[in-house]
Design a protein around this ligand. Structure first.
Ligand code: V47
Length: 364
């Protein structure tokens, strides 16, 4: 019997997949079948539209106390290449983004003890005042937990104050891999997976939606991947607050994991497509939008991923630092025209969306 016959049967019968099914998918090398199953589920749940957002990434600082072993972006205070943007500099970047037609600012940084909470509030309130219709998708659950600890006011109060200042949603970064043993090896200075989920739950309960990510292709096992996705599924069942799921393909260059020999090679094209497909299959009925992040997997593979379960290709981006610090060779931005071309060329219908997946324009 084929190792995926049970999974295939369940999908045909519209039954939910469980942990063991996830593991069977991860263990299998039958990528054409996994891709076809994911494409079937994608077609029957979200149809042929492929969403993209016109956005701009703004990284406000790279000074970080967390020192994650998978990260090549962070610097120590005073180290060459360390930077922190003033609020005026953030505003300059936003002005550029606005002129380019961005509807979303994706604002993330690192855990920089020199920045006080007022900085974060001022960034949001000035942006919101100047660009009231711009979506401010800002600060990961890790940054929120850091601010809660630094101020002593708790995550709920931090989120409420940031929401008041103009925050519209949270990006999905910092999820990494939830398994505690692996997480300790990867990023012992970071909040736990449980805490990440707790912050997301608090945000969702306050009406702040978010995305979710998973970093794969380093030292995690197949079990860790399935466990991570299942935990996202569990919280989604409770809150419904995740708008999309984004598997992030590990880039090893200049990272501690590469230096200490724990990781030799980056994930392959096979791994990248399989992660998209497995995410679609396991999250079916929970998270409808599976994003391929072209900055990490390349434009060509991102386009192919649209036939392996992805229905969202992120985004115009405009400026990207995290992947590029770790050896990313893709461009730092793309244009709407290019995204429309890639999507149409793959036989799908491009749709520009807002952060909240409302339709801005359908390109029939
Ligand atoms: O949080 C860090 C990961 C994330 C590396 O929410 C790395 O819409 C690969 O979260 N190789 C930032 N990944 C990116 C991110 C994201 C991207 C696009 C859309 C959204 C969204 C979120 O990248 C970090 C971390 O998990 N990361 N270092 C690396 N060497």
């Amino acid at each position: 019997m084929d190792e995926l016959s049970q999974v295939t049967g369940k999908i045909k019968a519209s039954e939910e997949l469980d942990f063991e099914d996830g593991l069977a998918l991860m263990e299998s090398k039958n990528l054409p079948l996994i891709g076809a199953l994911a494409d079937y589920v994608r077609r029957t749940t979200v149809g042929d539209r492929v969403m993209f957002v016109s956005n701009c990434h703004i990284n406000y600082t790279n000074v970080c106390t967390s020192k994650c072993k998978f990260c090549a972006y962070f610097k120590e205070e005073g180290q060459k290449g360390a930077f922190t943007l003033s609020v005026d500099e953030v505003m300059e970047k936003a002005e550029f983004a606005s002129k380019m037609g961005a509807t979303e600012l994706h604002i993330v940084g690192s855990l920089n003890p020199a920045l006080d909470f007022e900085y974060y509030e001022e960034v949001l309130s000035r942006l919101h005042e100047k660009y009231p219709s711009m979506s401010l998708k800002a600060f990961t659950a890790v940054e929120i937990a850091h601010l809660a600890e630094a101020t002593g006011i708790g995550e709920k109060e931090v989120l409420l104050r940031l929401k008041k200042a103009g925050l519209t949603s949270l990006p999905g970064g910092g999820g990494e891999i939830f398994n505690e043993k692996i997480r300790k090896q990867l990023c012992s200075g970071k909040i736990s997976g449980e805490k990440w989920l707790e912050v997301m739950e608090t945000a969702h309960n306050l009406g702040i939606k978010s995305n979710a990510t998973m970093l794969y292709g380093h030292i995690e096992t197949h079990e860790d991947i399935v466990d991570h996705i299942m935990r996202i599924r569990k919280l989604q069942e409770k809150t419904g607050g995740f708008q999309s799921f984004i598997p992030l393909s590990f880039h090893p260059d200049n990272t501690e994991l590469q230096k200490n020999g724990a990781v030799k090679f980056a994930p392959t094209g096979f791994d990248d497509l399989k992660m998209i497909a497995v995410s679609r299959l396991l999250l079916n009925g929970y998270v409808n939008n599976i994003k391929t992040y072209w900055v990490m997997v390349g434009e060509k593979l991102a386009q192919v991923a649209l036939h392996y379960g992805a229905n969202d290709i992120d985004g115009t981006v405009m400026e990207e630092k995290i992947t590029h610090a770790a050896g990313g060779t893709t461009a730092e931005y793309t244009t709407k025209e290019r995204l429309v071309y890639l999507i149409k060329n793959a036989g799908r219908v491009p749709v520009e969306r807002t952060t909240d997946y409302e339709v801005v324009k359908v390109y029939e």
